[in-house]
Design a protein around this ligand. Sequence first.
Ligand code: MN
Ligand code: MN
Length: 312
Amino acid sequence: MLGSGKPMSEEELKKTLTAGAIAAEARDYGASLVKPGASAREVCEEVESLIIKRGARPAFPCNFSINEVAAHYTPGISDDVRVPDKAIVKVDVGASVDGYLADTAVSVVVGDDERLRALAESAKEALDAVIAIMAPNVRIYDIGKAIERAIAGRGFRPVKNLTGHTMSRYLLHAGESIPNFADRSTFYRRLRPPVLVAVEPFSTSGRGLVVDAPRAFIYSATGREPKGASEASRSLLDYILKRFSTLPFAVRWLYPEWKESEISRALDELTRLKALVRYPVLVEASGAPVAQFEHTFFVDKDKVIVTTRAER
Ligand code: MN
Ligand code: MN
């Protein structure tokens, strides 16, 4: 089983690579739809439909984060977010094949803006620098250092409180975080094979920190029993666990099967009882634009596979 330190079976590797190929295709398709005036909801629904059509499930809702929004925005039930004439848009996509995961993102610059293009380029170059050094037992510190060096070399800052992450079956965050800067606290930690890991450089012209916005459109079940929950909340939680297991889901995915008022009441209660985790929208602390690129890597004893590359 992946994540247990034991080798991956042929079957597990095949599912992991399939998830990677599907996520890559959905990411690039989503990016191709990013144009001035495009609806975030329509793009995300197209991306998620493609993942399902290819025989996988979204590992999390399509994230569509514009400008100073760094991550965790996905359209809500009734908002109508559209792409501005000049913007940087992060399309972050995940696929699950029987719980074997892929997580990948690109930044798309809309309109003629040299500064935004340079910002996007800095995150792309940081990810390329990681591809160049990724290897079994690589120091996690060295990954962060390579990211920071590439981004700083372009005159920008890495976002310090967003990280990459190891993954295991049905688990997007399996324990190890991959910093986007030379983090001394990771100096003695190495990426022990076999491991599946998402690396996601975020760069900004601002302070390099994200903060929680008030709104949240994404949640996930924890598997905890909601003691004292109402009947309505319990039945929504059963539905969530059956449909999404413990993977993140979008509030809009519950609609129209559940009523909007029912949904918000139950989500609040289940979050309070720790049966759900809420993922607030993350925005750059100084309101500056943010770029992100992300790939999933399978790091084995004798090889590295970028599972979310467009062509393998
Ligand atoms: Mn991602
Ligand atoms: Mn990720």
